[in-house]
Design a protein around this ligand. Structure first.
Ligand SMILES: Nc1ncnc2c1ncn2[C@@H]1O[C@H](COP(=O)(O)OP(=O)(O)OP(=O)(O)O)[C@@H](O)[C@H]1O
Length: 611
């Protein structure tokens, strides 16, 4: 282990184990100082055999009372790295003291993440449930309800900075005796425009409390937060190489705007991408456009965006994680906020609502020649929404950047939704090259003009991590036969159809959200398939024939066995992995996945889905 000091004379532990060396190979959670049997039991019941690198480095330091700033890659287990020592500290204190007070405040950038962290705490404290009370302040509940929740003096509060500050300011959240503060996804907190709330929080919490900062990247924002909140923290800068066969395989396809639709259609209809996928698009309209397009081919998908009610969003994520849905189309419209390297950083952020945006930060950092573009005004948009960031979508085989993000940092966060916890995954990014860029493209993807510049940045950033993004030269001749159908389907997705679908979906989701809220209030422990979020939306015309792929459309070579690039399908679930309904139906088919033979892009033996 290298011990050095950073420019502020703070200890930095830079860890780069050699390839093959797994994190904390010789350690167990007990060896790290986690001694409470209830926590060890919870860890075991989650199937965690060994700590990950960030856990093995951070847990002993946090247990020892140090402030810690840990940078570790997405999906490397940062949540447990701060939750476990925090729970141990609270449980230890409770052995000798019956005094109850709010001991820890965990601050996260999005409501989705608040929900996830609270659930994670519940599962780690499952065997000490009577002793640990957690309150999450992300729901849109009335101030009175929040006050009532907080009046029970929970041990831990999880909140976005704005919620936390609102409750501190109103006196509902008492932080006088706080001993621990955690800033999770620290690199995103300032990007989301929370600096005023964070400043207010820092002025109201006791000095000298123990602080932990967790981040996927080390940025100037993280440095600012470190200076504000930490007392000479130990900085863990952890680079963990992927073990053999793990990690994300990254590919880029250069294509025109309409070819993005064509390739997505072919990939899913022909089963070239197997397993669960998240498709990122740049804004809400794009998500409906793509969904309406795919619906016509019988390819079911569900939508996540900032204007859907929180309950629906959380339910969608939960159901996706239980394998009820295979494809999420997520609009990532918050992605450019304040990103320093974003080619859209000049965008004027808008939207009414309670959350403030750091417009000073969002303005003018970038000297690139790209003119600022105004985003669609939407008062419904939730500034605390974030699908790309921090959410632990489980078993995502493939991330598709249908629209490339505008910064390499966003790329890291999006791609980090696959290949989590040592698994493997695939990232496929569509890039519109200059020569295929057309001025009449939808304004929402006008930034596509810069796709190649952004790609350069992404490639550089990934190569610093020793990762390669390979070009994927899709043989367009092989999919040419599908172009007519693609055009047919795309024509039916008119602006009016999108607007109607968007309004209808929102109305329905609001109703479902109410239903969900009532249901979960009455059955808090139940995770039921109460409502589905992947129902079909109506395009302008119904064209039932599009659902089927006649044989004459299959490429001639394909029927014999098309050879293709080295983009393979992504291993799906291991045999017997599936727990949910879908999981069961895949049982026994597991053996097929993983072998070379099963790679449809190598063999093109895949039959169209739905035939
Ligand atoms: N020691 C472990 N062994 C096995 N799985 C683990 C271990 N620690 C965490 N995991 C699993 O790894 C996944 C990712 O963990 P987590 O969400 O904490 O990652 P993260 O580093 O916070 O990612 P991000 O930066 O994207 O938020 C979770 O599904 C979690 O259950």
């Amino acid at each position: 282990m290298k011990r050095k000091l950073d420019e502020n004379n703070e200890p930095v532990l830079a860890e780069t184990p050699s390839t093959g060396e797994t994190a904390g190979a010789a350690t167990t959670f007990r060896d790290l100082g986690l001694e409470d049997p209830r926590l060890l039991q919870a860890v075991a019941s989650q199937g965690f055999e060994k700590p990950t690198l960030v856990q093995s480095k951070a847990i002993p330091l946090v247990l020892d009372g140090h402030d810690v700033l840990a940078k570790a890659k997405t999906g490397s287990g940062k949540t447990a790295a701060y939750v476990l020592p925090l729970l141990q500290a609270i449980l230890r204190r409770k052995k000798t003291s019956s005094e109850s007070y709010i001991a820890a405040l965990i601050v996260v950038p999005t409501r989705e993440l608040a929900d996830q962290v609270a659930k994670s705490i519940d599962s780690f404290s499952a065997f000490a449930a009577k002793e640990i009370q957690t309150v999450k302040l992300s729901d849109k509940v009335s101030d009175a309800v929040q006050k009532a929740l907080l009046s029970n003096t929970p041990d831990i509060v999880v909140a976005t900075p704005s919620r936390a500050w609102k409750c501190i300011e109103s006196g509902a959240l008492s932080v006088e005796k706080l001993t621990h503060l955690v800033l999770d996804e620290a690199d995103l907190l300032l990007q989301y425009g929370y600096n005023e709330d964070l400043q207010s929080i820092t002025g109201s919490i006791p000095k000298n409390i123990q602080t932990t900062l967790m981040s996927a990247t080390l940025t100037t924002e993280v440095d600012t937060l470190k200076g504000t909140f930490c007392r000479s923290p130990t900085v863990l800068d952890l680079e963990e190489p992927d073990a053999e066969g793990e990690g994300v395989r990254q590919f880029v396809v250069k294509c025109a705007e309409d070819e993005k639709f064509l390739l997505t259609y072919v990939c899913f209809k022909m089963g070239l991408i197997k397993g669960k996928s998240i498709i990122f698009v740049s804004d809400v309209d794009r998500s409906y456009r793509l969904k309406l397009f795919l619906d016509q081919f019988g390819i079911r998908s569900t939508i996540l965006n900032a204007e859907l009610p929180l309950n629906s969003r959380l339910h969608t994520i939960e159901e996706f994680n239980r394998n009820v849905y295979d494809i999420i189309i997520a609009s990532d419209e918050n992605e450019a906020i304040g990103d320093e390297d974003s080619l859209e950083a000049t965008t004027v952020q808008d939207g009414a609502g309670e959350e403030k945006c750091d417009s000073k930060k969002a303005k003018g950092k970038n000297t690139d020649e790209v003119p600022p573009k105004k985003k669609r005004k939407s008062s419904r948009r939730d500034k605390e929404y974030g699908a790309a960031r921090g959410i632990d979508f489980s078993e995502v085989a493939c991330v598709i950047n249908f629209d490339l993000p505008t910064s390499s940092k966003s790329y890291t966060h999006r791609v980090g939704r696959t290949a989590r916890a040592g698994r493997s995954g695939l990232a496929l990014s569509f890039v519109i090259p200059k020569e295929k860029f057309r001025k009449h493209l939808p304004t929402s993807i006008a930034t596509a003009e810069n796709d190649e510049k952004v790609l350069d940045k992404i490639v550089k950033q990934q190569s610093k991590k020793g990762k390669e993004i390979k070009p994927y030269l899709f043989d367009m001749k092989q999919v040419e036969a599908f172009r007519y159908r693609m055009n047919d389907a795309l024509r039916a997705v008119t602006k009016v159809a999108i607007r109607e679908a968007r309004t209808r979906e929102l109305r329905q989701e609001l109703l479902k959200s109410e239903k969900l809220k009532r249901h979960f209030e009455e059955n808090p422990a139940e995770l039921s398939h109460l409502v589905r979020h992947d129902g079909e939306l109506r395009a302008a015309r119904t064209q039932p024939h599009l659902r089927h792929v006649p044989d004459y459309l299959l490429p001639a070579e394909g029927r014999k066995g098309l050879t293709s690039q080295n983009v393979g399908f992504v291993p799906f679930r291991k045999p017997g992995d599936g727990k949910g309904k879908r999981g069961k139906s895949f049982k026994g088919r597991g053996k097929k996945f993983g072998g070379r033979k099963a790679d449809p892009l190598k063999s093109f033996k895949g039959r169209p889905k739905g035939k």
